[in-house]
Design a protein around this ligand. Structure first.
Ligand code: NDP
Length: 309
């Protein structure tokens, strides 16, 4: 049985930043990269809003650099994932996908969240070429253009109003004749002149050419099929926090996000901390995830000192 002080699960900005801080504090962290090395950010192309890169930075290069930075200070970065975990008592026990058993004094959960997609083949084909699940990340590329946002919840409304400030026109594709969003968000959308809501519509296909998205084919409840011309297609139908493995042990909110105590990254289990999108339904940015990874490592350091572990 391998005994470790800090087990970090996840390799997005939160996990890698936690590993940078924990390794610099001589805590010898072990980080499991998980299924998607580099996390959600690697599903986008250029990151233009991460501070310090005046010309923007390739998302994969950014994540590669974070991993190398953590490794430089001695973090043990392992491919693969944690398959099973028992957080009932310390030291916590975990099993990786190669059958290796671990005992960890502390755990940082940084497994992120996954944006939901509709699952259309055409949507997959144009991902990164006009199809995006993050308006804050990619909206800038659609300045003065026409875009569509799918969904009727708070996320979709927030994306649509954000995009309306940049784009010539924003269509909202809503599958029912009502929003799910809060009244305040609905009012904001309905009061924005360059947002047009297409009620009772489902997306049949994302249309495009070799340069990317050119339009969307919609099916309205009354049976009418029609096309709209757009340059970008944004998903706003929710995220799934990757917290399933931990749900038997740590408290999650009604949407499945891990609950932290707010002032720190502590979860409901002493010695278990959560950072990044798995505990953040609100901001979901690379820079906020990185910041919470830093906080988690500092929380772990203090915890180990307090518990003389
Ligand atoms: P929600 O689950 O609240 O909304 C998802 C929306 O997408 C619904 O309108 C739903 O339609 C629609 N949808 C789901 N699947 C499909 C599909 N296959 N095709 C078409 N439409 C689909 O997710 P959100 O991400 O919006 O919000 C999650 C939580 O986070 C909520 O509690 C929300 O309040 C909160 N939040 C708060 C914010 C804030 O306060 N600023 C900002 C963002 C989120 P239908 O209604 O028909 O099911």
């Amino acid at each position: 049985m391998e005994r470790i002080r800090v087990l970090i699960i996840g390799s997005g900005p939160a996990g890698y930043t936690a590993a940078i801080y924990a390794s610099r504090a001589a805590l010898s962290p072990v980080l499991y990269e998980g299924m998607e090395r580099g996390g959600q950010l690697t599903t986008t192309t250029v990151v233009e809003n991460y501070p310090g890169f005046a010309e923007g930075v390739d998302a994969n290069q950014l994540m590669e650099a974070m991993g190398k930075q953590a490794a430089r200070f001695g973090a043990d970065i392992r491919p693969g994932r944690i398959k099973e975990i028992d957080l009932s008592s310390r030291p916590f026990r975990a099993l990786d996908d190669k059958g290796r058993e671990l005992e960890a004094e502390t755990v940082i959960i940084a497994t992120g969240a996954t944006a939901k997609y509709l699952g259309l083949p055409s949507e997959g084909k144009y991902r990164g070429m006009g199809v995006s699940a993050c308006a804050t990340c990619d909206g800038f590329f659609y300045r003065k253009k026409v875009v569509a946002v799918v969904g009727g919840g708070d996320s979709a409304c927030e994306e649509a109003t954000y995009l309306a400030g940049l784009c010539k026109k924003v269509y909202m594709i809503v599958r029912r004749d009502v929003f799910r969003a809060s009244v305040a968000m609905q009012e904001r959308v309905l009061g924005t002149p360059n947002i047009e809501v297409l009620w009772n519509c489902n997306t049949q296909e994302v249309l495009g050419d070799e340069y990317g998205v050119t339009g969307v084919r919609l099916l309205r409840k009354d049976g009418e099929v029609f096309d709209i011309q757009v340059d970008g297609f944004f998903l706003g139908i929710g995220h799934h926090p990757n917290a399933d493995l931990f749900r038997p042990w740590v408290e999650v909110d009604e949407n499945g996000y891990i609950v932290t105590d707010g002032r720190t990254t502590a979860t409901s289990v002493e010695g278990v901390f959560a950072a990044g999108d798995v505990a953040d339904p609100r901001y979901r940015q690379a820079v906020t995830a990185a910041a919470s990874g830093c906080r988690a490592a500092l929380d772990v350091e203090k915890f180990l000192i307090d518990h003389k572990a």
